[in-house]
Structures are given as C-alpha cells and as structure tokens.
Design a protein around this ligand. Structure first.
Ligand code: 2AM
Length: 175
C-alpha cells in the first residue's frame, strides 16, 4: 500500500508577543519593499528542512526531536536582509548565535545519520517576512528579543488559500 507523506520541516516557533513584533517588522518591510507578506501565523525560524517525508517515520522523528538537547535560548533579531535568488526578505540575527548554530548542526547531523533528507544548503538563520521581494541592502530594524522556548515539527500544506503550517509535534524548554 502507498504510505502517505508530507512536506516537513523543523523550526522555532515564536511566542505571541514576538510573533506580533515580527508582524510589525514585516509590515514595515512590506511598505518599503513590496512583495507578499507572510501571514503572521506562518512566521517561524527554520532549523532543518526535510521536504517530502513518509509519515511512517513520524514517531522516529518525534523521538529524535525530543532527544536533540534543545534548551531555550534568547535570539536578537536586528537586521532585515534578503536572498535575492529566492526573492525573500527576512529578519535576521544581529550576530552569529553559537547555541542556535549548534542546535541546527545537531539536528541536521542526526537527521542525516538516520537517512532523512535534509536541505543541502547550510543553516542560515532567518525569519522570512516577505516573498517575491528583495531589499537592496541590509538594514537595521528595532531589535526584537525572542526567548525561543518552542521547537516544532511542522507540516507545510498547500491550500487554495495559500500555504498552511501545522505543528505535528512540539518540544518546550523552560529554564
Ligand atoms: P524560506 O522561508 O527561506 O523560504 C517552509 O517552507 C520553510 O522551509 C521555510 O522557512 C522555507 O525557507 C524552508 N524551506 C523551503 N524549502 C527549502 C529548501 N529547499 N531548503 C531549505 N529550506 C527550505
């Protein structure tokens, strides 16, 4: 029989207050750069993109996430930039974040070891704010302080109304 699959990725989920600040930064960027604003509900920071994955591996994936040693961390988003090739405008970190890079590295390594497909392009921390837009130069935005305490396994679904993300599993860290 055919096993169902889904488009999956793992990311950090902002708490409501941070989501709201990201939405404000998005709106400001939209005024400046145009494009298509990402719905507030969809704002997140991807750690690893798996793509189409068999749902028969969901339990395995859940366990792997629970065992990746996730600890809450504080992120400071202070830059607006873009990937001109992908035509997305994003909010990015003020500076490199060792714990975040380490978390993404651990996740990606263990996913690869377990034969999940992980995007080949390296980890590049960003929160996509606009699609079909570019910004000509990096700019600075009022700093958004994000206490990141939720790691989520997301399913991305295409619907006629646009992309919807569904959280299939979440790991919370309080410390
Ligand atoms: P983006 O926001 O920069 O487009 C769901 O699509 C999430 O997975 C988004 O954060 C998206 O990044 C990311 N994503 C989609 N396709 C990807 C790919 N091939 N490689 C890496 N990340 C990808």
């Amino acid at each position: 029989p055919m096993t169902a699959s889904a488009r999956l990725f793992i990311g950090l989920t902002p708490p409501p207050a941070v989501r709201q600040q990201l939405a404000m930064a998005r709106d400001q960027a939209h005024v400046q750069f145009g494009g298509k604003p990402v719905p507030a509900d969809n704002l997140h920071l991807t750690l690893a993109f798996l793509g189409q994955t068999s749902l028969s591996r969901l339990d395995e994936l859940t366990r792997l996430i629970d065992q990746c040693g996730f600890m809450a961390m504080t992120l400071q988003l202070a830059a607006i930039g873009s990937f001109s090739s992908a035509k997305v405008v994003w909010a990015g970190l003020a500076e490199r974040h060792i714990a975040l890079d380490a978390l993404a590295g651990r996740l990606r390594r263990v996913l690869q070891q377990q034969d999940f497909s992980v995007d080949a392009q390296g980890f590049n921390a960003h929160v996509t704010l606009l699609r079909k837009a570019v910004c000509p130069a990096h700019t600075i935005t009022p700093t958004i302080i994000w206490r990141a305490s939720q790691l989520s396994l997301y399913e991305s679904r295409s619907t006629p109304a646009g992309v919807e993300y569904h959280i299939l599993h979440r790991l919370l860290s309080h410390q």
